[in-house]
Design a protein around this ligand. Structure first.
Ligand code: TXA
Ligand code: MG
Length: 342
């Protein structure tokens, strides 16, 4: 079958997993929650199935996908782990950490998954629904966020339906996702995408090998301490042009990747005329990410707030300042991308 589909939503449970596994086996992508955001999963060894992910999302084909597997042993059949990667996997898997590692030649992963790169982004998810689907299918599952390309990542089943209705056959609904932000992506000792696992947490777990210098992420931040601030601001790699992807080793990190459809104003302390204000802490707003000013709570609520702001009757969106501490780095990364207009 091809789109348009009558997109079904089934609550998480045995019936949903059986239906989803049958669709995956038939080469169809299925939306499934993870602990970060809802993913659009398909068999990573089946190039036609992977192509249907790109098609459903309308995603540019140069943008590689994350592969999800049940455990470290399954990941080691697909990618080569060095001492740092092993230490991180042991510390944070299952969980919201993605490792970019050399792809094994015999892994059987469709080249569309990696967009032809010789590395692969891989993670072991913690969420019961994604884990049940991995078990039921017995396949590595490629899964980008389950939204149309360039849209806001979905943290609820209704967000998926709003974005991909008619493009996919099934959404498994298991409520709001816990982290609400995509996984942290690490390549070597570089953070390609900040996320729920902070640079400070990562640094604690790098393999304590000899002759290793201090750790600095590509974001230009020392990762040595949680309260570090960027010394010089973002450091573009050689060849970077204004308005282009800053983190060019992560091809998908396009500057406008997380854009809502309406203009977004950052660091707002009050709403201007016809603005929907997303508040934080004491700045109440039309909706508040965390009245208690808790950044983890704010991260979990971020994309839902952006969805609500986008769907409101106001012409533009404003958001209160979020402190740069801990997961605040990841929130502000997403917000800068969301505010960027091409
Ligand atoms: O939390 C998550 O990671 C979610 C859930 C569903 O697991 N998935 C997700 O996937 O955010 P996606 O496809 O939206 O983001 C994948 C990111 C992109 O920025 C892409 O460029 C980067 O991973 N990526 C994938 N493979 C890569 C590689 N070999 N080298 C560098 N970056 C890579
Ligand atoms: Mg995405």
């Amino acid at each position: 079958p091809n789109p348009p589909f009558a997109t079904r939503t089934l609550p998480y449970g045995e019936a949903a997993i059986v239906a989803a596994a049958a669709l995956i086996a038939a080469g169809q992508p299925v939306a499934v929650p993870t602990e970060t955001v809802y993913g659009l999963a398909a068999d990573a060894t089946d190039s036609a199935a992977v192509a249907r992910i790109y098609a459903a999302k309308g995603r540019p084909s140069f943008n590689p996908l994350i592969v999800h597997v049940l455990d470290l042993a399954a990941a080691q059949e697909i990618a080569d782990f060095d001492a740092d990667a092993l230490a991180l996997a042991e510390a944070f898997w299952p969980g919201p950490l993605t490792l970019v590692l050399p792809l094994r030649a015999d892994a059987g992963i469709a080249s569309l998954v990696t967009a032809g790169l010789d590395t692969i982004a891989i993670r072991v998810p913690a969420h019961r629904a994604m884990r049940a689907l991995l078990e039921a299918t017995g396949k590595p599952l490629a899964a980008p966020s389950a939204n149309a390309s360039g849209g806001i990542s979905p943290t609820r089943a209704a967000h998926v339906v709003a974005s991909l209705d008619g493009q996919i056959a099934l959404v498994i609904d298991d409520g709001a996702t816990e982290a609400g932000l995509e996984s942290t992506i690490v390549h070597g000792r570089d953070v390609l995408r900040p996320g729920p696992i902070t640079a400070a947490q990562l640094t604690l777990h790098f393999h304590p090998g000899e002759g290793r210098g201090p750790v600095a992420s590509v974001l230009g931040q020392s990762t040595a301490r949680d309260d570090d601030r960027p010394a010089t601001g973002p450091r573009p790699a050689p060849g970077w042009k204004e308005g282009e992807n800053l983190l060019i080793t992560a091809p998908g990190q396009l500057a406008s990747h997380y854009a809502p459809t309406k203009p977004l104003r950052l660091n707002a302390t009050q709403a201007e005329a016809d603005e929907y204000l997303i508040g934080f802490g004491a700045i109440a707003g039309d909706i508040n990410l965390s009245p208690a000013a808790n950044p983890v709570e704010a991260a979990a609520n971020l994309f839902d707030a952006l969805h609500r702001a986008d769907a409101s009757d106001r012409a533009t969106i404003a958001i209160a300042p979020i402190p740069e501490d801990g997961i605040g780095t990841a929130i502000n990364d997403r917000l800068r991308r969301a505010a960027h207009r091409d």
